[in-house]
Write a protein of this length. Structure first.
Length: 285
């Protein structure tokens, strides 16, 4: 029995290292591409820069292909259909906010990250990013309390309202703030469907089928199907704030376990990420 527990712990540690590696690789890509952005670069060019940077480092599969949103598209202004999420010929201008979003699969591990920035100073987005810190704290606290995903979603939305912002993850399909993420079988090349890797879609569909049978969903939404306690596993979480045509978000992996120890029952996979370092610097200033 003790041997089985040790094996499970060792396997979990190995998996977490793999997920942490691909998440850090994704954020390295975001920072590298952000540093290369100049006036006149289009969303499509920024998305291609992310793809090329990751492919040069061995990425061959995706949970979803990279996205880039500029200007008021960072707040999903007038987004009505899924096709509007895909990169466009919108050009970056001085002072304009941007969001880079990518979900590569590397060595069989997947990540899904969101990186917010601006070309030069943008005080509105700076404020949004600072205020996102409270959301990261709130989400972790309430997952550890084992509140239902639906209730946590509603409490995140209430916090946004108190801060004076609009909930822009409401614009995502099913209004999700997060989704489960898993290992993906390694292949030399995997096709995509509507921008999503077919292997990852199969995994998500399998989770949805299994979850439906057992009373949970791999999608964290404001709807009844998310009215259940946090399911053990890895969740890509992305609270997204909007204010007058400017949007900002972070996206990173939250680990949920079945441990009775509060600190081990849920934790962010990595605290050495750009937005977390930013908040530490603000606190120290």
């Amino acid at each position: 029995m003790a041997g089985d527990t040790k094996q499970r712990t060792a396997r979990l540690d190995t998996d977490l290292r793999g997920f942490r590696e691909v998440q850090r690789l994704s954020y390295e890509c975001a920072e590298a591409v952000a540093a290369q952005l100049r006036p006149g670069v289009t969303e499509r060019e920024a998305a291609r820069m992310q793809r090329e940077w990751l492919r040069e480092r061995g990425v061959r599969d995706w949970f979803h292909l990279p996205f880039a949103w500029f200007g008021d598209r960072t707040a999903f202004v007038n987004f009505k259909i899924p096709l509007q999420f895909f990169p466009t010929n919108r050009k970056l201008e001085p002072g304009m906010p941007f969001i880079l979003d990518m979900a590569p699969v590397y060595k069989g591990y997947a990540a899904d990250i969101g990186y917010s920035g601006s070309l030069g100073l943008n005080p509105v987005q700076d404020r949004l990013m600072s205020d996102l810190r409270e959301h990261r704290v709130l989400i972790l606290e309430q997952v550890r309390e084992r509140r239902s995903l639906r209730e946590i979603y509603e409490n995140v939305e209430r916090l946004m309202t108190r801060q004076g912002y609009a909930n822009r993850h409401r614009a995502y399909p099913f209004g999700v703030i997060a989704h489960k993420i898993d290992r993906v079988k390694e292949r030399r090349w995997s096709p995509t469907l509507f921008g999503f890797g077919t292997q990852s879609l199969k995994g998500l569909a399998g989770d949805a089928l299994h979850g439906h049978r057992d009373g949970w969903s791999p999608l964290w939404s404001p709807y009844k199907f998310s009215d259940h306690a946090p399911q053990p596993g890895l969740w890509a979480v992305e609270p997204h704030l909007g204010f007058r045509g400017t949007g900002a978000k972070f996206e990173e992996i939250l680990v949920v376990t079945d441990s009775r120890d509060p600190e081990e029952s849920a934790f962010w996979l990595d605290d050495d990420l750009p937005h977390v370092r930013r908040w530490a610097e603000e606190k120290a200033a």
